[in-house]
Ligand binder design. Structure first.
Ligand code: UDX
Length: 438
């Protein structure tokens, strides 16, 4: 059997670790270069510095094939195919900060026989400018579509693999295709700029779908329709599809906010006004605050009120707080004079620094004790298993706003809790509806 070619990975962040561990699991020897010595030491001890399901087991199972180092020479000696998985955070202008990418290219130095495979999300045109500056370095754009919380599963079961090369780098593109071939997914081989745009456009489209269903939910609130029923009916049309039609408190995380901004900036830099994207971003910011109006229909004022937040992470199965809706919500609540108590199964440590005035509780029930209202912010499965009758007893005022339409309204209401959600009929609307059915 052909020896799998060794792979180099620059950056042991979330994308880098998942990419490295999965390629090792596919049989490749993988050398991971990380500049933070502490991270390398931890990984060598078998400690995984991020919360990502299945990743620790995968790294342990493939320990023989994985090398972690701070030494770029060790990577360059071992591998021709070098996956760049460094951070490209937004600068103040909203453009992507490519300094880590530049540093990696400088450190590669003599590109002879090397191929750089860009996994980091970069603005369209980045690949072409790197090729211009380093013509001897083969360059492949291979954007990732991993979701936090399911990244290992997403890597091993991709919807598609996108490979972008410009004329002259076809061989490198084929080598990347060969590395992904065992996954059996469709491989889109295209030019550099199109590959880079597929990434940004895919995320921007998913963000658009979310902002759209959130606006539909806001209309449902006014007309007594149930957005979860609406989404079900819409999603059966294969042209629409059922996924990413969950109305809630808006999208967060390290990708959608950043990539929608980056695409907006990209368009702006070439003098094109991307109206739709502007609205997607605006709707999302407003949606994070939508709960406030729901609270005010039940509580005259939030001054000296105790409000419990269930969940802080931008979504379940991650400890990532980047652009989490909880950040905006907590500061709005505090701004209105409320005391905020929160619980999150894994993100409390990350949240403490970002939310210094929020009291972190040891459990969901502790957070709910004496609360005048509660908001479900992140749809962690354990919240659905709460004993709502017990919750009703512990709260000072049994009022819950389900910011992710995650719970069963009937179950929560049967426990004597006033239940509000996003685009789902309130008790008043329901009695109107049932009366109409009679
Ligand atoms: C996203 C893309 O899904 C992934 O392909 C890309 O590589 C990186 O960005 P991620 O940010 O991990 O992944 O999370 P995702 O599951 O997409 O959720 C993003 C945000 O949208 C979360 O805040 C989530 O709560 C929200 N969301 C998602 C909704 O509000 N409604 C939905 O129906 C789906």
């Amino acid at each position: 059997m052909n020896e799998k070619q060794p792979i180099g990975v620059i950056g042991a962040g979330w994308v880098g670790l998942v990419t490295a561990a999965c390629f090792a699991d596919l049989g490749h020897r993988v050398v991971v270069r990380e500049i933070v010595p502490g991270k390398v030491d931890a990984l060598r001890r078998g400690e995984v510095p991020i919360h990502e399901p299945d990743l620790p087991e995968l790294i342990e199972r493939n320990g023989q094939r994985l090398t972690f180092t701070t030494d770029m020479a060790e990577l360059l000696d071992a591998a021709q195919l070098i996956f760049v998985c460094v951070q490209t955070p937004p600068t103040h202008s909203g453009d992507a900060d490519l300094s880590a990418v530049q540093r990696a290219i400088e450190e590669i130095g003599d590109p002879e026989g090397k191929a750089l495979v860009m996994k980091s999300t970069v603005p369209v045109g980045t690949g072409r400018s790197i090729r211009r500056d380093a013509p001897d370095l083969a360059y492949v754009s291979c954007p990732e579509f991993l979701r936090e919380g399911t990244a290992v599963r997403d890597f091993m079961g991709p919807d598609r693999i996108v490979i972008g090369v410009d004329p002259g780098d076809e061989r490198a593109g084929d080598e990347v295709a060969a590395a992904y071939e065992p996954l059996g997914a469709p491989i889109v081989q295209t030019d550099l700029a199109s590959a880079e745009m597929i990434k940004l456009a895919s995320n921007a489209y998913l963000a658009t779908k979310i902002s759209f269903i959130n606006e539909i939910a806001n209309v449902c609130d006014q007309v007594g329709a149930d957005v979860t029923e609406v989404a079900k009916g819409m999603g059966l049309d294969p042209r629409i599809g059922p996924r990413f039609l969950n109305a809630g408190l808006g999208f967060g995380g390290s990708c959608f906010p950043k990539d929608t901004q980056a695409l907006k900036m990209l368009a702006g830099n070439i003098g094109y006004h991307f109206q739709l994207l502007n609205s997607v971003i605006e709707v999302n910011e407003l949606q994070k605050r939508r709960v406030m109006s729901k609270l005010s229909t039940h509580l005259d004022s939030l001054v000296d009120k105790r409000v419990a937040m269930l969940g802080l992470a931008f979504k379940p199965d991650t400890d990532d707080m980047r652009e989490a809706s909880s950040l905006v919500l907590a500061s709005r609540l505090e701004g209105e004079g409320a005391t905020v108590v929160a619980f999150d199964p894994v993100a409390e440590d990350a949240a403490r620094e970002l939310l210094p005035n929020v009291k972190m509780a040891g459990s969901a029930l502790d957070a709910l004790v004496g609360a005048d209202a509660a908001i479900l912010v992140t749809e962690w499965p354990e919240f659905a298993a709460l004993d709502w009758a017990d919750v009703a007893k512990r709260m000072a005022n049994p009022l819950l706003v389900d910011g992710r339409n995650f719970l069963d309204p009937d179950v929560v209401r049967a426990a004597g809790i006033t239940y509000e959600a996003i685009g789902r009929p309130s008790i008043a609307d329901r009695s109107a509806v049932t009366k109409a059915e009679r």
